[in-house]
Design a protein around this ligand. Structure first.
Ligand code: PEP
Ligand code: MN
Length: 348
């Protein structure tokens, strides 16, 4: 259930409400807002009586039940977009009125490869540099990533360009190490339901980009996001990266409808990954345009100075010049995207 307090409710009033919620057998999970406090509670109890009893209190504006199984990430809980501030000193926000482009190589391979990529994507207008240092590979014989050495190279690239960093975390044991280097923690498709990892990320305040599992439903994606938020970290960004179907013409099937579906169900930002969704570099510009047009908050794209020599995902990585061209082509679409965001903001 969610309980909205009247404007400027006092600390004592908030505590009285929390006490009453607990008496009915519910657990307080989040208290949000400064001017107007909203209390979230979950559990099993006498919901009708609890809501009635809370609404009878003069300091309570409204108490409602959340019907979705995911509570804190549902639109019933939050009526405005979740804008996620990235703490890299540039004022970067995801989910607000700027379309965010994240780009970089699939894997961090060397200082030269990463720096060339970082400089090129930054010049082209990306704001976040991606690059895997811990790689989830299907074969144990494939390149597994440079690990901490890769994280150090990402830090160097961040210092040189001012780009924020996103890199994958595969295990709960690595969360604190990766949080030292990365502005955004990426949870890969293969770990979307690694609940130990999700819980640990909940205790860390770094923004998390949660990728949809390749065989996961939208509801399961939202339930995984709920794990992170319920454990204390509200800074979750969702990512559609294609799902497994019978189709073999593309590496995965891009579930483009997932973007507006998620926009109907949650206020969390949604990012589209056209690279893993298709597996083919020639398809990435069209899918990126689709992402802008359909109302994603951004895209995450793989690039490489020499994709033919990439240790992972070369076939779907854009050459740096191709990325630059794509960004130029996207400019007009992004301007329209911005107009519609502004119009939406003016309506609320
Ligand atoms: C990646 O971003 O390189 C990656 C492994 O993505 P996914 O988890 O979507 O397969
Ligand atoms: Mn990849």
């Amino acid at each position: 259930m969610i309980v909205s307090m009247k404007r400027y409710a006092t600390k004592a009033e908030i505590e009285t409400v929390c006490e009453r919620i607990r008496e009915f057998g519910y657990k307080i999970h989040a208290i949000e807002g400064e001017e107007r406090v909203v209390i979230g509670a979950v559990g099993v109890g006498d919901v009708t009586n609890c809501l009635e009893s809370l609404e009878a209190l003069p300091c309570v504006e409204k108490a409602v039940r959340i019907s979705a199984p995911y509570k804190f990430v549902s639109k019933e809980f939050r009526s405005t977009r979740t804008v996620i501030r990235i703490n890299n000193g540039t004022g970067l926000e995801i989910g607000g009125d700027e379309f965010t482009v994240m780009a970089g190589p699939c894997s961090v391979e060397s200082e030269k490869q990463l720096m060339e990529s970082a400089i090129a994507v930054s010049r082209a207008g990306a704001k976040v540099l991606r690059g895997g240092a811990f790689k989830p590979r299907t074969s144990p014989y494939d390149f597994q990533g440079l690990e901490e050495e890769g994280l150090k190279l990402l830090k160097k690239a961040r210092e040189a360009t001012g780009l924020a960093i996103i890199t994958e975390v595969m295990s709960d044991r690595d969360v604190s190490l990766i949080a030292e280097y990365s502005d955004i923690m990426q949870v890969g498709a293969r770990n979307m339901q690694n609940f130990a990892l999700l819980k640990t990320l909940g205790k860390c305040q770094r923004p998390v980009l949660l990728k949809r599992g390749m065989s996961s439903t939208i509801k399961e994606l939202l339930m995984s996001a709920e794990y992170i938020v319920a454990h204390g970290n509200p800074n979750v960004i969702l990512c559609e990266r294609g799902i497994r179907t019978f189709e073999t013409a593309t590496r995965n099937t891009c579930d483009i409808a997932a973007v507006p579906v998620l926009n109907e169900l949650t206020q969390l930002p949604v990012i589209l990954d056209p690279s893993h969704a298709t597996g083919k570099r020639s398809l990435v510009p069209a899918l990126s345009r689709a992402g802008v047009a359909i109302g994603a908050d951004g895209i995450i794209v793989e690039v490489h100075p020499c994709p033919e020599k990439a240790v992972s995902d070369g076939a779907q990585s854009l050459h740096l010049e191709e990325f630059d061209r794509m960004m130029n082509d996207l400019r007009g679409y992004i301007a329209l995207w911005k107009q519609s965001r502004m119009a939406e903001a003016a309506m609320v």
